[in-house]
Design a protein around this ligand. Structure first.
Ligand SMILES: [Zn+2]
Length: 226
């Protein structure tokens, strides 16, 4: 269940914890800023991993501190925090409870078209032991608010488009759900938030004139206290 406390939404499932920030936290990609937010929630974290988000389908397995290029991160190590930044694109967490394994993905239309979802699942399956996979999606732009050009029909099936007030709109969340299901994941929880409809709570790149502010989503496997 999704819970809100002090401007941060949290979702927990067993040892898996997912958090995302609201406008109370005007996060730009500054290390100091996101470190302090994460430290407040998980003071015992061992490392924070981010990537240079490039709308790709590249996933990185965490391997110590360093520079990661791509749009997704995977770890099996507890208390290692994965973090991404979005404003309209969707943060997606794919995880296994037993044994615990977690991935966090930055998914806009380009990354989704390029296959970031199946890539993440394949990397998880090919490199780790895992149980049944589940997924969680955070706030992103909804099918009523995401107006796109006709050229987008070159990338996605016509079933994902609708005409709203003469605009062509793309239902990115449905594309995500379909791709997750095609990858064998049926247990999918959506936050239900749209960055534009719920702009009073979340940043939107489109609705706010290309704002630099981002929603910080971070996820980890919480270490059991013995
Ligand atoms: Zn909306």
């Amino acid at each position: 269940m999704l819970k809100s406390n002090n401007g941060i939404y949290s979702f927990k499932d067993g040892p898996i914890e997912i958090h995302f920030t609201t406008r109370q936290y005007p996060v730009i990609k500054s290390e100091k800023q996101y470190e302090s937010i994460i430290k407040n929630i998980l003071p015992e974290y061992t490392a924070i991993y981010t990537t240079k988000q490039i709308h790709s389908s590249i996933i990185n397995i965490t391997r110590g501190k360093g520079f990661y290029m791509g749009d997704g991160l995977v770890t099996k190590c507890s208390n290692e925090v994965l973090a991404i930044f979005t404003a309209d694109c969707y943060p997606i967490v794919i995880y296994s409870l037993n044994p615990p394994l977690i991935s966090l993905v930055h998914a806009g239309w380009k990354g989704i078209y390029r296959g970031i979802i199946p890539n993440t699942v394949n990397i998880m399956k090919n490199n780790f032991k895992l149980g049944e996979l589940k997924a969680f999606t955070g706030p992103g732009i909804c099918k009523k608010c995401y107006s796109v050009g006709e050229n987008m029909k070159n990338y996605f099936s016509s079933v994902y488009f609708s005409k709203i007030d003469d605009s062509l709109c793309l239902d990115l969340k449905s594309v995500i759900s379909t791709q997750l299901k095609e990858a064998g994941i049926t247990d999918i929880i959506h936050s239900g938030f749209c960055t534009v409809c719920n702009n009073d709570q979340f940043y939107s790149y489109r609705a706010e004139n290309k704002t630099n502010n981002r929603i910080l989503t971070f996820a980890y496997i919480k270490k059991k206290v013995q």
